[in-house]
Design a protein around this ligand. Structure first.
Ligand code: DQA
Length: 145
């Protein structure tokens, strides 16, 4: 089963980016952990990252058309991108919103997610482990829709 792990802006800079907030694992390390766990779970995981809202929207269309489950860390797009939200709303398979940090424990502007209502569920605050929990949820037989 193919799964897309889609990352929004600035996540390509993991490791060097505010390590006190996002941890010391690099983006390459994130890709490795997701693909390795995927292999264990019998998932073919493809990890992507973009700083471009249009590209993220096109990837969500691709997932909708191919009925691919998605683990989505929309990063800052979370808080304002209605275009991305409307693309996510077209999903034809489970879509799990993830965050490394706990946005609710941070600045006010991070308390709103415009995607949350169209996601199957949200996992936030477990560091890189948020992605692992999401992949395990997708691999399991629990309801996600
Ligand atoms: C984030 C939280 C967002 O508020 C922030 O803009 C990010 C990363 C997280 O994974 O904790 O870029 O999505």
């Amino acid at each position: 089963r193919r799964v897309l792990v889609l990352n929004g802006p600035n996540l390509g800079r993991l490791g060097s980016r505010e390590p006190d907030v996002y941890g010391s694992t690099s983006y390459a390390g994130l890709v490795e952990r997701c693909t390795e766990l995927g292999r264990e779970l019998g998932l073919e995981v493809e990890v992507r990252e973009t700083n471009d809202e249009g590209e993220m929207i096109r990837w969500l269309h691709e997932a909708a058309d191919a009925s691919l489950p998605v683990v989505l860390n929309p990063a800052a797009f979370t808080h304002y991108s209605y275009g991305m939200r409307d693309a996510a709303a077209q999903r034809t398979a489970p879509l799990i919103e993830v965050h490394i940090s706990n946005p609710h424990a941070r600045e006010e502007f991070r308390h709103t997610s415009v995607v949350a209502a169209v996601a199957s569920g949200t996992i936030a605050g477990f560091g890189i482990g948020s992605y692992e929990l999401a992949l395990r949820a997708l691999a399991g037989d629990r309801p996600q829709d």
